[in-house]
Design a protein around this ligand. Sequence first.
Ligand SMILES: [Zn+2]
Length: 115
Amino acid sequence: MKCKKCGMENRIGEFFCSKCGANLEDEMIKEAARTLIEKLGVLLPIIATVITVAICSLLLIPSKISLAQKRKEAKAAREVASEQAQKESIARRAEEEKKDAAEEEAEKKALRSEC
Ligand SMILES: [Zn+2]
């Protein structure tokens, strides 16, 4: 810590100059503030980046989750729809077979009555 009055290099933590007795406290506080500002100057961009990344991930993760959820729901709905369509087509086929059988029966009856 350099004395402003006489230029004497004093040990860090000394409150008064060992040569002229000038008060070094103010200078020490200024020095500490300068060091702090320098450190902050290095740290602030890092902190800002970390905070930005954290906020972005916080904002993006829920939307990703909801997107996956929506996709899953859409898939489930599609599966249900295709299942229903399958059931309907099976039912339709069964009905058609019944109708065919009835028609055949009617034809047979008609043939028998003709004879
Ligand atoms: Zn001094």
